[in-house]
Design a protein around this ligand. Sequence first.
Ligand SMILES: Nc1nc2c(ncn2[C@@H]2O[C@H](COP(=O)(O)OP(=O)(O)OP(=O)(O)O)[C@@H](O)[C@H]2O)c(=O)[nH]1
Ligand SMILES: [Mg+2]
Length: 227
Amino acid sequence: MKINVVKRVLNANDLVAQDNRKKFKQAQVLAVNFISSPGSGKTTLLEKTIQKLLPDEKSIALVGDLQTTRDAERLAPGALQATQINTGMSCHLYANQVADALKTLPLAKADYLFIENVGNMVCPGEFDLGENLKVVLLSIPEGDDKVAKYPTIFRAADLVLITKIDLMGALSFDLKRIQDDLAKLNANVPLIQLSSLKGDGMVPWIQWLKAQRRKGIGAQAKFVTEE
Ligand SMILES: Nc1nc2c(ncn2[C@@H]2O[C@H](COP(=O)(O)OP(=O)(O)OP(=O)(O)O)[C@@H](O)[C@H]2O)c(=O)[nH]1
Ligand SMILES: [Mg+2]
């Protein structure tokens, strides 16, 4: 019997993403892609994270939004550099937009590259940017039904952050429902609950982030690029 082996053909975006990944590896930078709906708390979390990593570890922020430089302005304090990409009509970042930005970013001086994708639960999941990890945020006000309704992005997540947990008591949100839905899609994905506003959950989040960077640099596991 003849067995046909079908290889995934890399598209133009994937090829640029591969090249980005090589650059992250060369610079020994952990590149993290933050994905969520608009307003889930990506920028607020990054503002706090960049500050908490200082003075030992330094970060670059790269932010995608349709319009304005507001998020980059918020992230500039504490960051080695904060760069805004305006995507116009596009609901996600492309790898070549990241590649263009890399030309002016001080990657060699950084420990982390935090990429805040355009606020959207669908499109960003389809486009590899060359990142080492995808962190998906879901905030309490969005509701506990979202994992099952937007499975693609939760399937691809390396970490799920439940944000704005200070609002847990004010809104009806069943964490067990989230855990059950994640168990079906991405059984071993870690989940951290946090409030950037109040500070709860920041310790495990920062520990997780640092551990990923150590793992990447030690074993070159996540930094390895498929040749
Ligand atoms: N209660 C509460 N509000 C928060 C928390 N984190 C962020 N917010 C608020 O949520 C709103 C949106 O936060 P952002 O950090 O701008 O959200 P974002 O995901 O970056 O939004 P986009 O860039 O537009 O996709 C702001 O009013 C924040 O103050 C939190 O932990 N608790
Ligand atoms: Mg933002």
